[in-house]
Write a protein that binds this ligand. Sequence first.
Ligand code: ATP
Length: 363
Amino acid sequence: GKGIAVLTSGGDSQGMNSAVRAVVRMGLYVGARVYFIKEGYQGMVDGGENIVEASWSTVSGIIHKGGTVIGSARCKDFRDREGRMKAAKNLIKHGITNLVVIGGDGSLTGANLFRQDWTALLALLIKKGDITEEERQKYSSINIVGMVGSIDNDFCGTDMTIGTDSALHRIIEAVDAISSTAYSHQRCFILEVMGRHCGYLCLSAAIGCEADYMFIPEFPPAHNWEELLCQKLESERSMGQRLNIIIVAEGAIDIEGNPISAEGVKKVIVDQLGFDTRITVLGHVQRGGSPSAFDRLLGCRMGAESVLALMEATQETEPCVISLDGNQAVRVPLMGCVLKTQAVAQAMKDRNWDQAVQMRGRS
Ligand code: ATP
């Protein structure tokens, strides 16, 4: 059978284990040999005990765990050809010609580069005497499929990334908990949530929690936002509301591009309204803990689809990402999505917010 390897790379997210599990089980079901590559690309470069064959039972009892049981890492070596050469040698040693990469846009860019470089890498390995001519011919191509694991939901080409829904649940739980204590003491709470340059988590949480105000990177507030914020909070209180909830995305900025921080918002409220105001930075709590039902199912479906894509791939098949389109797991061109994701990041940097939001749409 075909040799398939699965790795998780970049920042972890809930639901990655479900995806890994589905790759292993679907892979075995279709008669492939499946390998774990531990610690992301670093494990692929280092080889040895980082590459181990998976069995049906090795992925039992992991679907409910947060993070990734096979480890993730950022790997400098893989950015250099020398590192990628070592990685290629390690794959050939195990007869692996199919790779499933679960990570962010950086990890998928690396995977694409690895595939483009494959023929050249084999030529170098031949030259060094690390592989034989028979091996070069037998392993002349590698197929790649990606899945996006990220709580930020910042990847173009998929409706949801693996982990976003769980992070959103965690945020909403936290806001609910904070709301009850805020109510008792008539306090104003400012929560900072993750998402990098994407306001998805902040916006969704704000809607789901009846927040009074939110700040997201895609929609910098007007010049007089301090005034508008205070008016809104005051009007809520005058109508009998005992608390205020404000959610700030970590990438929030004002119209000039300056960061809007929880501290900055607090200062405005305390100075102008004198409300008892507290800050809660949720931090890595959002990335941890048990994956939601949605993320477990998403991981299952994407993982299974990624194996089917590899089974059908030929030498000419371009790498794809498994994405969620409505309620369907579908294949979309990997590099197209990565380039679009990077273009969005650039548009955000250039303060072309409307363009960024438009580009982030599904296709
Ligand atoms: P996250 O969204 O959590 O940041 P990511 O996959 O974007 O995830 P990166 O740190 O950008 O995270 O990339 C993870 C790893 O992928 C890097 O440590 C590196 O090994 C590899 N990688 C990223 N970009 C490239 C590249 N251009 N060439 C080769 N390898 C790369």
